[in-house]
Design a binder for this molecule. Sequence first.
Ligand code: IMP
Length: 449
Amino acid sequence: MPGIVIVGAQWGDEGKGKITDLLADKATVIVRFQGGNNAGHTIVRGGEEFKFHLIPSGILHSKKACVIGNGVVVDPRVLLSEIDGLKRAGVSVGNLRLSANAHLIMPYHVLLDTAGETKLGKNSIGTTRRGIGPAYADKALRLGIRVQDLLDEKILRTKIRAALGPKQQALRELSVQRRKLRKEAGEDAKAAPEGVDVPDPRLDVHTMVEEHVSFGHRLEPHIADTARLCWDALDSGQTVIFEGAQAALLDLDHGTYPFVTSSNPIAGAATVGAGVGPADIDEVWGIAKAYATRVGAGPFPTELEDETGDRIVDAGHEFGTTTGRRRRAGWMDLVALRYAVRLNRMDALAITKLDVLSGIGPLRVAVRYRSKEGAVLDSFPYHQSILHSATPEYEELPGFDEDIGGCREAGDLPQAARDYLGFISEFVGIPVRLVGVGPDRDQVVWIDS
Ligand code: IMP
């Protein structure tokens, strides 16, 4: 299968990295097509733990090309620190390619992300504060700085100046706010009087240009026409994996807007974010946890705010790779999952972290919602207010207590675990082909393949 897309089927953190890493065995190219360092995945290999935010999961395979596609927003500082970390661990990054057309997350994007969230107060989205939204906004406004601009100091300076212009007011407010906070904290006794701007050193154009030119020098060996690289692989029958970050319900268009990320993490976006056509996609895999989690604000119908939720969080180590935040946890939501399956036109599911549910039964899965007026909702509501007030209705299934970490074949799994998977598969209408039973790379069960 030459073109395989791997996407998150819930609210992110489903363990896409591990599945990508496994499927990458058969691929020549692994390409990320959206998001930025808001993502985070941990891969455990031979007991060693690797954490990535930007670099595609396939980097541990030395013979694969790992591509950061044009649809990704790249914080060059973060990318360089990941490259340095991998080098220190003795992992080669010679096969890493970075699209010249990818947009950059600049220091002002990070500041504006935080400022925006602070301004929203109790209505904040709970972003990762990595500058993702402001960077994509600048891309759409045609004020973005692209990777290729790092290689031309003159263009870089002009573009940074142009991008900063419309943000002056917001950035000024930010510097006044910061100065006030410092004063209140007793710091900065000699602060300039009220109303006088204190320039933030991170926003000094000269410093920013110098710094980014040096980033450009370091990244230059990796910068490439990555769409062409994908075409060449696909046209010669090699397998390309398109690795999504975040997930369907965080999709800017189809997720729980405004509590979403600023890109499209669904399969269709792989074409735009990597520069290939729909006919290049042969298979779509969705990754879902055996339960549900969400980080940040926004509707989460099956959320458990009780002891069972705490047990899932503890057993599943549900703390963000990127921000360390405690994730919200709940039962598997099959209404939302069936929506994600259709939205992505998935062919197969990988269900991760099934081992976490051991001892937590009986297990519940949401099979419909009920609106506050009492209407039965069999499909995922498109209207925000309905979703916010919908309550899930559950089917209860027997749980299992065995430690399943050592299972390697479907027949090794307890009957209740198999029935649980069977129920999910039947409900959403596609097969479960892979099941995660523990954090290590080999702790998986392949089904019928
Ligand atoms: P942003 O992508 O940083 O703008 O954050 C927007 C929303 O998406 C917030 O609710 C984040 O918690 C969520 N989000 C972004 N990236 C991830 C991820 O990789 N996993 C889970 N949630 C994420």
